[in-house]
Design a protein around this ligand. Structure first.
Ligand code: FAD
Ligand code: SF4
Length: 471
């Protein structure tokens, strides 16, 4: 029986896939949502109004054909839906899991105004997960192979997006990454409770099947030089991310017990994946009073990883209010459900130590003042409101700054004042750097951002490369 009610959104409320029981999930490194059932996804997808000029599509950074694949899946047409979904997105099942949909597609959905947005993200995840499990693979039978090959530095979302478009157009991508697995921050950053690791392992198999070659455990600049890549390949794409940790700039940051977010998260992933080199590399929050500083996705991941490690208490201190948090709303809700305490409007001013070890963090209360250059209201300290939060461990999750490689200048690759590689979209060959043979995209070009924007830039850069190579 097919769905035919045009006013489905009135009869069927929006709902997300069910979450696992809190007491259970907060001990496990597993995704917290159950998969959608087929009938459920059809009903949810059928709520779409098929707006003539869909805002969701415009707000989605890769401009997915959302209403079209919602219609296909509501009619039970999985295979067409998955093909269509892959025309615009290289990792739809990943975006369905980790995009901040409330700020992107679902935030722009017409039904978000009162009726509840269509559950776009969970549907996108369902389509690809289900199709891959049923054996679907991208159809490469019509690809006409050229003799061109491109070196891609970085197997994160930007590099993968680029390789996907290149290989579908008959250009051989060879992807180099210093890590032993593909995914970049998807594997060595974002924890399992948001994105389970077999998702990217499956993707590796799919991309290899399409003709993408991965050379893993290879650090470009150390194990192979950029000159070798430029000599051997017709073009180079750089999707190397941003890896300089932002410091707080307050006293006590070097005390024992103060940790950067990414090494903490990576040590946990390495333990879970069996990649840990020495037990001492593991940063353990068990039994500790943990304070996480920051309010973005990285901070939320540190909060929830600390909970899973068995921290005694986890407090997240953020210098603006809840309204102005930069991360995904749903992840803040998930963190609260799992027992994270939030302290809003608190600016850290000093890590307090005794005998070289952290014992607390001094914070001052803030109020929001005038907007800064990015339009975000600047937090201002309230004099006399200082207090010390007791802590055995402090995790600093203030984000990342670009980390330009030492060979950029030598190769004529320009960066801006903050170290981001200059590779504009609006030019003859989009995302070309000042070295005509080298293109770039993702976090290293736009600054730390999102998985979906990195995918978009990688894909668009690949189109620039195809034009540049005249294929
Ligand atoms: P990366 O993912 O950083 O990949 C770069 C790759 O290049 C890495 O694998 C690195 O090893 C490799 N590399 C670098 N230099 C070299 C070299 N010289 N030789 C070989 N390889 C090299 N975004 C979301 O949309 N949703 C989220 O929920 C979310 N959560 C996040 C949580 C955390 C903890 C972090 C840190 C980020 C999160 N983000 C999230 C942001 C998102 O992960 C990034 O914006 C995205 O991964 C950027 O993709 P990229 O391909 O530009 O870089
Ligand atoms: Fe929404 Fe992200 Fe999917 Fe676009 S890629 S439809 S923004 S979940």
């Amino acid at each position: 029986e097919r769905l035919s009610n045009n006013f489905q959104f009135l009869d069927v409320p929006r709902h997300d896939p069910k979450k696992k029981d809190i007491d259970d999930r907060k001990h496990k490194y597993e995704e917290i949502y159950y998969p959608f059932e087929t009938r459920e996804v059809e009903h949810q997808a059928h709520r779409c109004l098929h707006c003539g000029n869909p805002y969701c599509e415009w707000k989605c950074p890769v401009h997915n054909y959302i209403p079209n694949w919602l219609k296909l899946i509501s009619e039970g047409n999985l295979m067409e839906a998955v093909e269509l979904s892959h025309q615009t997105n290289s990792l739809p099942e990943v975006c369905g899991r980790v995009c901040p949909q409330d700020r992107l597609c679902e935030g722009a959905c017409t039904l978000n105004d009162g009726f509840g947005a269509v559950t776009i993200g969970a549907t996108e995840k369902y389509i690809t997960d289900t199709a891959l499990a049923m054996g679907w693979r991208p159809d490469m039978s019509k690809v006409v192979w050229t003799d061109k090959k491109v070196a891609v530095i970085g197997a994160g979302p930007a590099g993968i997006g680029c390789a996907d478009v290149l290989v579908r157009n008959g250009v051989k991508p060879v992807v180099f990454d210093r890590y032993e697995e593909i995914g970049g921050l998807l594997t060595f950053g974002i924890p399992e409770f948001k994105l389970e690791k077999p998702v990217m392992a499956k993707r590796r198999e799919v991309f290899e099947g399409m003709g993408v070659e991965f050379r893993l455990g290879v650090d470009v600049g150390k194990d192979i030089s950029i000159d070798e890549l430029l000599a051997e390949y017709d073009a180079v794409f750089m999707g190397m991310g941003t890896y300089t940790y932002m410091k707080g700039g307050f006293p006590g940051e070097d005390l024992d017990g103060v940790h950067e977010a990414l090494p903490f998260l990576i040590s946990n992933v390495n333990r879970n994946l069996g990649l840990e080199k020495a037990a001492a590399d593991f940063i353990d929050m068990k039994g500790k009073r943990v304070v996480v500083l920051g309010g973005g996705d990285t901070a939320m991941d540190c909060n929830r990883t600390s909970i899973r490690q068995g921290a005694d208490t986890v407090t997240c201190a953020y210098r603006r209010d809840e309204e102005n948090m930069p991360g995904s709303r749903k992840e803040v809700v998930n963190a609260k459900e799992e027992g994270v305490q939030f302290l809003f409007n608190r600016q850290p001013i000093e890590v307090v130590g005794e005998d070289g070890k952290v014992v607390g963090i001094k914070v001052v209360e803030t109020k929001l003042g005038e907007p800064d250059n990015n339009g975000r209201r600047r937090p201002e300290s309230i004099p006399g409101s200082e207090e010390i939060l007791p802590a055995d461990a402090v995790i600093i999750a203030f984000g990342f700054r670009p980390s330009p490689a030492d060979w950029f200048a030598d190769k004529g690759i320009n960066t801006d004042d903050s170290g981001r590689v200059t590779a504009p979209e609006e030019q003859e060959f989009p995302f070309q750097t000042s070295n005509e043979k080298i293109f770039a995209g993702g976090d290293m070009v736009r600054g730390s951002d999102l998985v979906v924007t990195a995918i978009w830039e990688g894909r668009e850069a690949a189109k620039g490369i195809l034009d540049y190579l005249d294929v």
